[in-house]
Design a binder for this molecule. Structure first.
Ligand code: NAP
Length: 241
């Protein structure tokens, strides 16, 4: 029996995902670095290990069924279970997302990665999560996915977006359905908003560090048994839907 907590972070080769992996590593956990590009994956694992984290590589493209299945096989073979899944990987779909002019390919890419990718990876790994004593799922969302904030003209909700922001609203809605289905099973599933962070995703316009953005996900990944499920949180507490 392997007593160290085993976690997987998708899109962990850079940005907030990398810092989530570092944060989970600092808890003394084994952290799988889910990343689709071999070079970026290897470099991230090496950097995390150099920083003291017990990191290992997990080849994973969240848009690919076979890749998700292979990641599950890798974890099953090495550990026989998974304790924590952080669905962090996402794309914006690219610039120019006014709904009246958006290229449907942008919407498809955002939904395929940010929503279907989360369902695909979660369902591939749920059998392993169910073998954990304290399974946790953290889905990285965003305040831009809040319909309450989007319908408030005074709120700061990013650029007009027919792909990225609605993909996060969709993710929020799907996560609530997971929480409903998994209620009473011990699997806690929550949404994290990192705030506006300095990463490639926004051309480094964000004002917070990726490590600051990672903190809420690390907290939700380490929730005690009986903790909340089906919640949407940033570091200050619950966010409006
Ligand atoms: N930055 C912000 O201000 C902000 C605000 C709110 C929410 N968020 C959310 O926080 C999370 C992390 O964002 P970030 O800012 O750190 O973005 P980022 O720096 O662009 O990193 C995104 C990560 O996702 C990976 N990824 C994208 N598509 C993938 C796929 N098909 N399969 C596997 N990995 C894939 C990328 O890998 P590659 O290197 O291979 O592309 C990269 O590792 C996202 O869910 C994002 O929506 C960010």
């Amino acid at each position: 029996m392997n007593e160290k907590t085993v976690a997987l972070v998708t899109g962990a080769n850079k940005g907030i995902g990398y810092e989530i992996a570092a944060g989970l590593g600092a808890l003394g956990w084994r952290v799988g670095v889910g990343a689709r590009d071999e070079g970026r994956r290897t470099a991230a694992v090496a950097a995390l290990r150099a920083g003291g984290a017990d990191a290992f590589a997990v080849p994973l493209d969240v848009t690919d069924d076979a890749s998700a299945a292979a990641a599950a096989d890798l974890l099953a073979e090495r550990f026989g279970r998974l304790d924590v899944l952080v669905n962090n990987a996402a794309v914006t779909g690219g610039p120019g997302q006014e709904p009246t002019a958006v290229d449907l390919a942008q919407v498809r890419l955002a939904v395929e990665t940010n929503v279907l990718g989360v369902i695909r990876v979660t369902n591939a790994l749920l059998p392993l999560l169910r073998r954990s004593a304290s399974p946790r799922i953290v889905n990285m969302s965003s305040g831009v996915g809040s319909l309450t904030l989007q319908s408030d003209p005074e709120a700061s909700t990013g650029p007009i977006s027919a792909a990225y922001a609605p993909s996060k609203s969709f993710l929020n809605a799907v996560t609530l359905q997971y929480a409903k289905e998994l209620r009473g099973t011990g699997v806690l599933v929550n949404l994290a908003c990192p705030g506006y962070c300095d990463t490639d995703l926004n051309g480094h316009q964000g004002t917070r560090t990726p490590a600051q953005g990672a903190a809420v996900a690390v907290r939700l990944a380490a929730l005690p048994d009986g903790g909340p499920s089906g919640g949407f949180f940033n570091e200050d507490g619950p966010l409006p839907w």
